[in-house]
Design a protein around this ligand. Structure first.
Ligand code: NDP
Length: 355
């Protein structure tokens, strides 16, 4: 391979705008030259597109831990999996499968010291059962978010007959969180999502007890019917009116896992966004726990969580679904599709196969 190309930001959608594929561009860029000491040349295999990247499209991301993407420049922050082609770092050898959060051109040049915040990590392929995308799904940030969200904020106790509701349930985190909630001991698991096909996936493939298509059904009525004992745990990926409806049916001392609020990511509001007074009152009156959950705050628990997740996925106790778009040039398209609900499970971009 002697040509290279990368994804750039062409224009911002605006803080209140919906991203479109033409916000992104794809252009040639230099092919990395000879390696200096400590450098590693990596062929990109798979790239993940995540909702959190939306804030980087704004001039101000609104959070302290990421910077905005610059117009006309290569964009980064994608979790990707690649294969080492050449290395002058003794810790990495040609053929190694690696993972990092970074910019991922077709061929990427890494130097470990420059990647301190999100280091390049060698992937233990013996844990993957031949599936190289697992670090982008259940054996990566998605699995950790679902697992630690459920464990740390769910308050699930076996034998308590608890009902779990998940919004964004057919997406990457939601689909894993629902399955984990069941394994932790919830007796009823209900998902809310945006199509009948997604509802079928949840009930027929993942064993959810019920699923609600929020685009065609009355969420309030259907929730009441599917959760006759009220809601004890709510894994909230969405926010907005949908979450107000769920919270209005939550029990005393119940728990909201405030994972994400994608319904407002195209709106110029702080995070977490303000909620209506009636919801505030309900939370107070029912003593509902609802505090922000950020997976990065639990780094000390990652190793143990990862071991458990590997066990669960390799034994088939957790099923993982992906939606794949072909070609690095379609990264922007894949991101927009995911933001609009085009994915079942994790939205991934396939760039190349390993050698
Ligand atoms: P998903 O795979 O769930 O993809 C996003 C999904 O959101 C879409 O498929 C779509 O499904 C749904 N959606 C989009 N807009 C709306 C809307 N207006 N109302 C309802 N649903 C909508 O993404 P992830 O699993 O990667 O992320 C899920 C959530 O978790 C996000 O909010 C993300 O920010 C958050 N997150 C939080 C982390 C943390 O540390 N707290 C870490 C990682 C992710 P549908 O067809 O159902 O509409």
């Amino acid at each position: 391979m002697s040509t290279n190309a990368h994804v750039i930001l062409v224009k911002r959608p605006g803080t209140n705008g919906t991203p479109t594929a033409d916000n992104f561009g794809f252009e040639e860029c230099p092919f990395p030259a000879e390696l200096e000491a400590g450098e590693i040349l990596i062929k990109t295999l798979y790239v993940s597109v995540d909702p959190a990247l939306r804030c980087r499209m704004n001039e101000d991301t609104g959070v302290h831990y990421v910077t905005p993407w610059e117009i006309g420049k290569e964009i980064g922050g994608f979790i990707g999996v690649g294969q080492v082609i050449k290395s002058s770092d003794p810790a990495f050898s040609p053929g190694d499968i690696v993972e990092a959060q970074a910019a991922w051109p077709w061929v990427a040049l890494f130097k470990r010291k420059q990647e301190e915040q999100n280091p390049l990590r060698k992937v233990d392929t013996s844990l993957l059962g031949g599936k190289l995308t697992l670090p982008l799904t259940v054996l990566g940030l998605i699995g950790l978010t679902s697992y630690l969200g459920i464990k740390e904020k769910g308050g699930i106790k076996p034998g308590q007959n608890q009902t779990l509701v998940v919004s964004g349930a057919a997406g990457a985190c939601g689909s894993v969180a629902g399955q984990l909630g069941r394994l932790e001991g919830c007796t009823r698991v209900v998902g809310i999502c945006g199509s009948n096909e997604k509802c079928q996936f949840l009930t027929q493939e993942l064993g959810f007890d019920g699923a609600i298509n929020y685009k065609t059904e009355d969420v309030k009525e259907r929730l009441a019917a599917l959760c006759p004992d009220g809601v004890d745990v709510y894994f909230d990926n969405v926010g907005g009116e949908m979450s107000d409806t769920v919270i209005s049916q939550m029990n005393k001392n119940s728990n909201v896992i405030l994972c994400g609020q994608i319904a407002v990511y195209n709106k110029d509001v702080p995070y977490p966004p303000p909620i209506p007074e009636s919801t505030e009152t309900r939370i107070k009156d029912m003593n509902i726990n609802r505090t922000r959950f950020l997976v990065l705050n639990y780094a000390d628990k990652f190793e143990e969580a990862m071991k458990k997740l590997a066990e669960l996925v390799l034994s088939g106790k957790i099923k993982v679904r992906e939606t794949t778009m072909e070609g690095l040039e379609n990264t922007g398209k894949a991101f927009v599709s995911m933001m609009n609900g085009g994915n079942i499970g994790k939205q991934i971009v396939h760039v190349a196969d390993p050698s």
